[in-house]
Design a protein around this ligand. Structure first.
Ligand code: ZN
Ligand code: ZN
Length: 368
């Protein structure tokens, strides 16, 4: 007997899909399943089903002073089954962060900040003595199931006088840690965008890719994508949204779409304040914004499922396949009217709403 049977959902390619779950794993995937189950959810083709949504840039260490939140507030309550904290903590605090998230119902992973103090202050990389490689490697080795990436923040307020030098240390650590996934935050210069992007490789994750800053991917004079950004994109650097309070701009997004740039992953950079007061609110709202810019829903779902899973080598997540973790999101796409606001106060109206209604994590069902 199955533990859970979800019947007659609709995929974003308009296929009918049923999923059977047992022991927290996906046991059956088929258009129709007629099998006994302890719990049955009948969707009657009125609702969409996808692999559980993954938000690969959040801040959810409740003990941090600036960017903090509670995992389930941005996870299961928002249709998100897995969240990846983007460097809130470094080697000093990552073990206490791990102890704290173990009570969350949402799956939580972390990138470790290359600065041992994490984002305890805005300028965690203004003193490079905060990058202690041996200490960092020791903490990564101690929590292999939790620490799945490295994070480096490269903008003026973070690096002080150090320009792009923290990136060189991050790239060294990446190599020494067996090509560990590396997420790079960009913002105001220095460092110059060209000094950052020219040093990134295929699979490196560039977050805040659609920010509206002078030092962003769009040349403000011509409204074209800067050559260095196009080069990085074509080289296979993965563009990640990382919306945040300050880093998503509709104009940049429209210019990128025009230039045929598709972000690889769609994330929120959410924490308590931009969740409660906007402009982020949640992952679904960020998805609505990308939809408004013109990316198809089929692509957007990949940006929150199989792509972030691949970014961080989560081998059993991001797809509805037999043997994978039973992490599933059920949602509606419906007509409505909603004002969407970017990080710079620019407004657009959408008539297509994305509304999560049930979150399933490891086979456990939560109504939203
Ligand atoms: Zn950032
Ligand atoms: Zn962030």
């Amino acid at each position: 007997m199955l533990d859970l049977l979800i019947k007659n959902g609709l995929t974003v390619d308009n296929q009918c899909l049923s999923i059977g779950v047992k022991n927290g794993k996906i046991e059956m995937v088929s258009p129709t399943i007629n099998k006994e189950a302890k719990q049955v959810v009948e969707l009657a083709r009125n609702h969409y089903i996808s692999a559980g949504w993954i938000d690969d840039h959040v801040h959810c260490d409740d003990d941090m002073p600036i960017y903090y939140d509670q995992p389930d507030e941005i996870g299961i309550k928002k249709g998100v089954t897995t969240i990846i904290d983007a460097g809130s903590t470094g080697a000093d605090t990552i073990s206490t962060f791990y102890e704290q998230i173990r009570k969350a119902k949402t799956n939580v992973y972390a990138m470790i900040n290359i600065s041992k103090i994490g984002i305890i202050r805005q300028d965690e990389l203004s003193d490079l003595h905060n990058v202690q490689k041996d200490l960092l490697k020791k903490q990564v080795a101690a929590l292999p199931q939790f620490v799945i990436g490295l994070k480096v923040r490269l903008s003026k307020t973070v690096v002080g006088e150090n320009d792009y030098h923290p990136l060189l240390l991050a790239k060294e650590l990446q190599t020494e840690l067996n090509d560990m996934p590396l997420m790079i935050h960009i913002g105001s210069n220095p460092p110059e965008l060209s000094d950052v992007l020219s040093r990134l490789d295929e699979r490196d994750i560039l977050t805040h890719c659609f920010n509206g800053k002078e030092n962003g991917i769009v040349d403000k004079q011509t409204n074209k994508i800067k050559a260095v950004a196009m080069d990085a994109y074509k080289r296979g650097v993965r563009f990640d949204i990382g919306h945040g309070t300050d880093s998503f701009n509709f104009h940049t997004a429209f210019c990128a779409k025009e230039a045929k740039i598709t972000p690889y992953s769609l994330s929120t950079d959410i924490y308590h304040r931009n969740r409660e007061k906007g402009p982020v609110y949640d992952l679904a709202t960020t998805m609505e914004k990308l939809r408004l810019v013109g990316y198809p829903l089929t692509e957007i779902i990949k940006m929150v499922t199989e792509h972030p899973a691949d970014n961080f080598k989560l081998a059993k997540k991001g797809q509805l396949r037999v043997g994978y973790d039973a992490d599933i999101t059920i949602f509606d796409v419906k007509n409505g009217n909603k004002e969407l606001v970017d990080s710079n106060g620019n407004k657009e109206n959408t008539s297509e709403l994305i509304v999560p209604i049930k979150t399933i994590v490891g086979g456990v069902l939560y109504d939203i």
